[in-house]
Design a protein around this ligand. Sequence first.
Ligand code: ZN
Length: 902
Amino acid sequence: MGSWDCYCAICAGPIGRARIAKRSRRAETGEENIPTLEMPDTLIELPAEYERWLDDSDHSDDWDEDEEDDQEMTDIEDENENEVEPEGEGGGEGEAQVTEEGVITSAVSVDNEVEDRGEGEKKKEEQKEEEEDEQDEQGEEDEDEDRFGDDFDGYDPAVLRRRDKAWATMCHVLGFNSKAPGTSKAFVTGPGVSQEYGGIDVQLGSDPNAQDLDTGDFHCYWHWEKGDPVFPFHWPCYELLVLVLTGARDPSAINKDVLYSVMRSISPPLGSVLGLCYSEPDADPKIDPELEQYWESRPGQELLLASPARSEGLRYVVLDDLSRRDFNLLPATDPGLARKSQGDCFARLPWEIVYYILGFISDDSLFKLLQASHFIHSSLHRDATFWKSRISTKLPWFFELHHFLQNDPSASTKDMKGLYLWARHVTKPRFGMTGPYMAIANRRRIWGACQQLADLYWPNLPPPSAAPRPTDLSIRTRTSNPHMSVVSCPIVGREDLRNAFWLLSWEENRHEKLVEAFWDADGYLVGMSVAPKGSPRRLFGLDDSVEGVIVGSVDLDKSVWIAGIDLHIPPLDLSNVSWARRLNSPDDPFVEPSTSPKGVTIHMSDGLAVWLGDVNRDYCIRPLWPAEGHSVVGVNGTIGSIKGKERILRLGILQAPQIGVASTPDKAEPPLQRRCLWREDFYYHAEGLRMVPVGETETTNSDFHLDLLPYHTFRWSQDERDLKRLKRLTAQFIPAGTVSRPGSDFSFEITHGLCNMRAEYDVLPHDARPVARHADIDGTPFPETDLRHFNIDGPGGERVIAVSAVMSDRVVMGLSLETNFGRKVMWQTEEDVGSDWQRVTHGEGEYIAGLALCFGKVCGYDLEPKKSYKNTELSAVAVLMLPCHSGTGTAQFRESSVGGSP
Ligand SMILES: [Zn+2]
């Protein structure tokens, strides 16, 4: 699969990929004085930040390619400067005469021409000459030549200048950052350019929810690696969308979380644009954006690249045109109408009612009605108020016309019905359209897409009074979300961000509270509420008002509060996954594994814990805990559908610093062990435990979201005394795949995946956990082959003091342990694992007690008969450290004899 273009989510137009032809076919086939999108003094200007970005970066290829021809076009335009006429559809001097079908019937032709043949010839000749010069100079073929074809391929330069499409050169993106610290997660970035393979290179901009994100991980419309996609758009399109969604021009008035959820819900798999209708239902199909693998710049479709933005220049041109027209209507189209519509039922209705109904019907219906009812026809024919009101409600995108009606003294002299018919006609998107009304036609088209988004956006806005807000300022203004985790999969489609505050004031904590959890018929957690007894529920998700949902509850005594929450999530069946099957070939339909929380443990401030739902010991544990010095004040997360059933997709807690605690962003984060998914529940609470990742922990996994891949605890010592019994650490390997070496086509090397670890002692310590795991994903025990041992003289005082790892392609390629005796072992999956070793040592006053191991990379694919994976190999590793309690421990563990990386 090659690369592809991604299109603007709002207009479906290209992002920087549009091509202006080198020569104008229209001009060279004899057409003269073709009206351009000529607009004095505007559109030429790029926003300052665009200019800066283009200057600063090496992303300006697309722009540069155009620049070389730009001067040529500017010269031609300069020639024509004095003939800036408001041309195009129905343009020109005089009176446009229109019928009720909206068709221009007078002598005014659709493509009105200015009589200046001499100028036209001159322009044509000049253009030809320059083209010839250019061809001589251009020795080498453009690398895109194959893709773009000949000199006429692209938009007609006589209709659309290169700078006219500058607005579509760059885009911004709407994205979702589950790690954003506040209750809102969606963000809009600064400007950027699109990249190959759905990538996007943008400036993060000033949105606080976008801080510290890696733009290299941005993928438009869908994400290779189970991350959250971003949605690209042109800024002028976004401004239109803001206006449609909010009725105002302030982008901050948009609920970005809801908009993101809406866009995600209509983003098709492997798509490059949203699933909207981007043209009017009755529009000429020839003007539809052709959303192929790459953007097709087809002559005749220039209007798709006409900026929909408001601009002074466009307004000037349109106002000038409007002031010079009088929109005379033809006489009534059918003299026999009065006779035919005798007994007109509308004549018997009160006029106010008729008037009211007419406001709701479409133009098509209205014009049919005008032909059918003489009463309505004669009543409305000169009713300026009616037509003026219809202009404002049915043509909301024609800003220039509204401005004219409000501000121009000549407006009151115009025939409003004629004006309405004319306005509909000249702004109808048409193939081959030219002139300034292209911009308004494109705006009209985009407005339609914005309205479809609005129809999805408005119902999803949370009602203002739905959830109670904290009354206590120290809660309301200082609430943060330390970590929101994916708790379900697969996440496809709609995902609505929701918050529920459970503590509105610190005072409420002195009362008795009721904790409720809600389960659907399949036993999955679908909602939670905590509220003072007797108060209405403070609900996140669904409650038992939904059919089939049942409730479980527990009381919290006075002054007892929630210290933390553990979710119990059935582990994913990793064997049932493959990239090939994800593409869903018909002969191998892929059923994507799914999971969702089934149980909840509530840890309370008095040290007790209660369980609700299914807390099977084989399930994974997802801790949701506040940072030190903070209290739980609520939850936030997303709700959506898993295989057609409403579930909690992501969940995190809302926390606020306790009274008297100053909170800074770095202190608002719980320790790593309370942000990971665990296969066992008992270890992350250990006092003084420190978990430090070796290398990158944020590497994505192509099959599942990292939040759903659990860590296994491999703990070789429960306390320092166990270290004296340790005799051997062993890594277990499995055949994991093959690798070919450059230069030797048929030479394959078997790679070995690190699949398990275990410890041996002279006397087995009580409660040690000497094996990381007991079976691989296919359920069979690990084979006793390819064991690689590392003897340790525990009784003699030897300790592991450093752990190193080297990662590649989501696999731990090498793992190395060093001891205080200067010895080390290197376990490698291949002969050559590279040199990028990351090393972690214990800190002062602590010792290395074990490792946390994530086996998240599937391997050992069984083609026949099972078509599933057998094994997983090590994909992430972290060091677990505990504080030393014996006085002698620390000095002994200091690394004195080993330094540097392995
Ligand atoms: Zn757009």
